[in-house]
Design a protein around this ligand. Structure first.
Ligand code: SF4
Ligand code: SF4
Length: 145
């Protein structure tokens, strides 16, 4: 009988560090600036990347120091799943936590680290850095990912 992959047999709290890290598909969507409606609490994503995001590779340029350099950066952890409800709908952590399967383009499913980008599910090449957008212009950058 085929052995089931870890994401089908373990919940998020049961995963070890390498399994947890492997779940991230590298889409970069969670590194987009977000706006919150003060009345409804609704969160709106933009196509404006955090100042530390490399907008081509979708990687944080200072991953180990991210919380120091960007205090608002949310670091997901198994004991901090409360932040998942506003993560992008395609986020692997959110999907599994809500009882869904990983999408067929996820690198763990395809076996290829390029599949997020090749399937059009990363922000690569579709975003600008916050350094190039004024505060007054941010509403023009709302985007549903
Ligand atoms: S949205 Fe989720 S899967 Fe995508 S980069 Fe962020 S943590 Fe990783
Ligand atoms: S600090 Fe890094 S991980 Fe955090 S939002 Fe910015 S680019 Fe993303």
């Amino acid at each position: 009988m085929d052995k089931q992959p870890f994401w089908k047999t373990k919940n998020l709290q049961e995963m070890n560090k390498s399994e947890w890290e492997a779940l991230c598909d590298g889409c970069g969507k969670c590194c987009m600036l977000k706006l919150e409606d003060a009345d409804s609490g609704e969160i709106y994503y933009t196509d404006v990347g955090c100042k530390l995001l490399d907008c081509d590779s979708c990687r944080c340029q200072h991953y180990n120091e991210r919380k120091t350099l960007v205090p608002d950066c949310v670091i997901l952890a198994a004991d901090r799943l409360d932040a998942l409800h506003w993560m992008p709908e395609t986020c692997a952590y959110r999907l599994l936590n809500e009882g869904h399967e990983l999408p067929n383009w996820h690198p763990l499913v395809t076996g290829s680290t390029d599949s997020t980008n090749l399937s059009g599910n990363s922000v690569s090449g579709q975003v600008v850095s916050e350094a190039s957008v004024s505060e007054a212009d941010i509403l023009n950058h709302i985007r549903k990912w």
